[in-house]
Design a protein around this ligand. Structure first.
Ligand code: SF4
Length: 91
């Protein structure tokens, strides 16, 4: 995973003798581990725009690649999950 700098961007090494870098927009992806998820719903409460329950009670990630403006909500959901079933990765 690339370190993010500035916020919402990731650093990409361009190579060359100067060892230069450039910054490109990051693409956030929410990873949900269904094997670990206990369907308690804290993530739905923290970020209802990103998570909901299906009719069978299983968790649905509404948008696994949410826009940058939902990063804080996604991070809140990751932070409240008691079984660490959620993560944010940068593609
Ligand atoms: S908070 Fe975690 S365990 Fe609970 S429904 Fe969400 S992902 Fe599953």
């Amino acid at each position: 995973m690339w370190p993010r700098f500035p916020d919402g961007f990731k650093r990409l090494k361009t190579g060359g003798a100067d060892g230069g870098f450039t910054y490109i927009p990051s693409t956030m992806r929410i990873v949900h581990d269904k094997e670990v998820c206990a369907n308690h719903g804290q993530c739905v409460g923290a970020a209802p725009e990103l998570f909901k329950f299906a009719d069978d009670g299983s968790l649905i990630v509404i948008d696994p690649n949410p826009p940058e403006e939902l990063r804080e909500a996604a991070q809140d959901a990751v932070d409240v999950c008691p079984v660490l079933a959620l993560a944010i990765v940068e593609d």
